[in-house]
Design a protein around this ligand. Structure first.
Ligand code: SF4
Length: 209
């Protein structure tokens, strides 16, 4: 679990949400709590502290640690459901908000399932996302498209973390849900980048004259 070369599962969700956010957290060690992240932390603590239990033929294990050296991942599952009759495993990830238009949560869930596959040898076909704000559980098929996208994100995160780089900000609607806005300064950062671009452009033109 403590192997520093393994990528935390949460980094995949951060990257799929915004590569700069991922680099700020995992390369620059910046973390800032706002009420959204604080609520999320509390939710995860509550879930993790729950005792294992068995109901209607299903075993519920909380705060399950996973480590998959071949994939290069490590982390913790909020909840693992095991159907006792068939042995079928199903990871469940708890989220504070509601279902979103991006695939960051599904990627994190798929990566959790792939970690379990590496550890158990069992193929996992489904997982679930549970959204606290709307009290809604969404079943997620772990199909080939999602798996390919997840592998792609693992590769991209691996490159980002080993480079130590901080990508430029790409401000958008998603910034309003980001607790790192104050650190990131997305608007002024984007202006700086366009100034860099213009400066480069003009100096290239001058070089050509
Ligand atoms: S403020 Fe926007 S660009 Fe900056 S890290 Fe957050 S989501 Fe990314």
């Amino acid at each position: 679990m403590d192997d520093p070369h393994l990528i935390p599962l949460s980094a995949l969700q951060h990257y799929a949400f915004c590569p700069r956010q991922c680099a700020l957290i995992h390369n620059s060690q910046v973390w800032s709590e706002n009420w959204l992240t604080a609520q999320g932390q509390l939710l995860h603590q509550r879930v993790d502290q729950g005792e294992p239990e068995t109901r209607k033929g299903v075993r519920y294990e909380r705060g399950v640690l996973v480590s998959a050296p071949r994939l290069g991942l490590t982390g913790k599952l909020d909840l693992l459901e095991k159907e006792l009759a068939s042995g079928t495993l199903l990871p469940v990830e708890y989220k504070r908000g509601k279902p979103k238009s991006h695939d960051a949560d599904a990627i994190q869930l798929c990566a959790q399932a792939m970690c379990l596959e590496e550890m158990t040898g069992q193929f996992i076909t489904r997982g679930a996302l549970w959204y606290w704000q709307v009290r809604h559980r969404t079943d997620v098929e772990l199909g080939s498209t999602l798996r390919e996208r997840t592998l792609q994100v693992i590769e991209q995160v691996s490159r980002l973390l080993s480079s130590g780089e901080l990508p430029h900000a790409k401000p958008g609607k998603h910034c309003s849900a980001c607790s790192l806005q104050e650190w990131c300064q997305p608007e002024s950062q984007a202006k700086d980048c366009s100034m860099d671009y213009l400066t480069d452009l003009f100096s290239a033109e001058e070089d050509n004259q």
